[in-house]
Write a protein that binds this ligand. Structure first.
Ligand code: NAD
Length: 367
């Protein structure tokens, strides 16, 4: 059958993996199935030129398997560039487990998943992502050593979120330096959307520096708790994308920078933890640049978590980890200046640094 003459839906049927829109020359995609535990998982290994593919496991009740495949392809690609731009000797990988983490996750299922990870002999190293906890990683550790984000009592680094928040804070300050000429956040109006593990610590850093912090979340109890702890203001407007703010920090969901929101956004800076903030990297990266908003690329400034788990492989040293995370400030500033000089989007500038590093190493490896 000639694939070229088929329409996209038909193509999907004959090219279920390599024909996916999100497929980007991934090296290996592993489908894991276990009848006894009900495990259905996909491990995506995007690129291992710089090192083993490290990236978390997400457990999510996907509507269908296409959605799960698409997610793992996108997320594993993102990990390649995140580690590359951060200067880590890691490739990009990610895993998804199809199912509801609240009702379908069992120790048996996690162990079985760990066995699949182990079968890859270290080419893929897992960690936690949405729907996973440090305790789950401890369970995986029972059957494989190719896991990070395990608890401190087992020699791990524990929860990576506070380190992620520190990196986002550094990226935000660098963006302020670029925009305003100095990096103080004192008196700036900062809106943090999503005050979960990362968002709450970010609120703490920003509030301590004297910013006026607004918070938004779908969880009312969390809003009140974080307000009381740090003196933050619960955002009361109807549409947070029209808020009168200086800095917007997306720390909940991806794709919040899109046709609808960018046209409304009043912020001068976007700097947050959420992955894949630009709904479409090219179109929305350009839109945000044309509007004069400084966008600190998500995969660059939310790398604190990967820096933290990477340190587990090298032998965990908290001070060294924080120093590396602090360097996100310098990298962000460099990327923002490069984007300006080359008249490209900040996302493209960060991607370019990552791709050049991978290409250089690929050539060295082939010599
Ligand atoms: P989390 O689940 O602890 O927190 C997310 C918060 O967002 C929750 O409080 C939730 O109620 C809120 N939320 C969900 N939908 C919302 C909506 N529509 N509007 C407002 N709030 C909403 O997650 P986290 O670990 O804090 O991670 C936050 C983001 O950062 C995620 O996108 C994650 O992928 C990304 N990230 C996290 C890390 C890390 O180390 N945890 C590292 C890199 C990237």
């Amino acid at each position: 059958m000639n694939a070229e003459i088929l329409n996209p839906n038909e193509l999907k049927k004959v090219a279920p993996v390599f024909g996916q829109l999100s497929f980007d020359n991934h090296e290996q995609i592993v489908f894991c199935n276990d009848k006894d535990t009900g495990l259905k998982a996909i491990i995506g290994i995007h690129n291992t030129v710089l090192g083993p593919a490290l990236g978390g496991t997400r457990m999510w009740a996907y509507n269908n398997e296409w959605e799960a495949l698409n997610d793992v392809l996108r997320l594993s690609r993102g990990m390649t560039f995140k580690s590359a731009v951060t200067g880590l000797n890691l490739g990009g990988g990610k895993a998804v487990i199809i199912g509801d983490a609240k009702t379908q996750k069992t120790p048996e299922l996690m162990r079985k998943f760990g066995e699949f990870v182990d079968s890859l002999s270290g080419k893929y190293i897992t960690a936690e992502d949405v729907g996973m906890t440090t305790a789950d990683m401890d369970t995986v550790r029972e059957v494989t050593k190719h896991v990070t984000g395990i608890s401190e009592r087992l020699g791990g680094s524990g929860n990576p979120s506070p380190v992620t928040a520190y990196g986002v804070y550094m990226g935000m300050k660098a963006a302020a330096k670029y925009k305003y000429g100095n990096d103080t956040l004192q008196g700036k109006k900062v809106l943090v959307q999503g005050i979960g593990h990362v968002g709450e610590t970010l609120v703490e850093y920003v509030a301590k520096e004297g910013a006026e912090v607004f918070i938004a979340d779908i969880n009312q109890a969390r809003l009140e708790e974080v307000r009381d702890k740090y003196g933050a203001i619960i955002y009361g407007g109807e549409d947070l994308y029209t808020a009168d703010i200086d800095i917007y920090a997306p720390c909940a969901l991806g794709a919040t920078l899109n046709d609808v929101t960018i046209s409304k956004l009043n912020a001068a800076i976007v700097a947050g933890a959420a992955n894949n903030q630009l709904e479409n990297e090219q179109i929305h990266g350009r839109m945000i640049r044309e509007k004069g908003i400084v966008y600190a690329p998500d995969f660059l400034i939310n790398a604190g978590g990967i820096i933290n788990v990477y340190a587990e492989i090298e032998g965990y040293d908290k001070a060294e980890t924080m120093k590396k995370t602090e360097n996100i400030y310098n990298t962000t500033l460099e990327i923002l200046n490069t984007a300006d000089r080359d008249e490209i989007t900040t996302h493209q500038a960060a991607l370019k640094v990552a791709q050049e590093r991978i290409e250089k190493r690929r050539k060295e490896n082939n010599q």
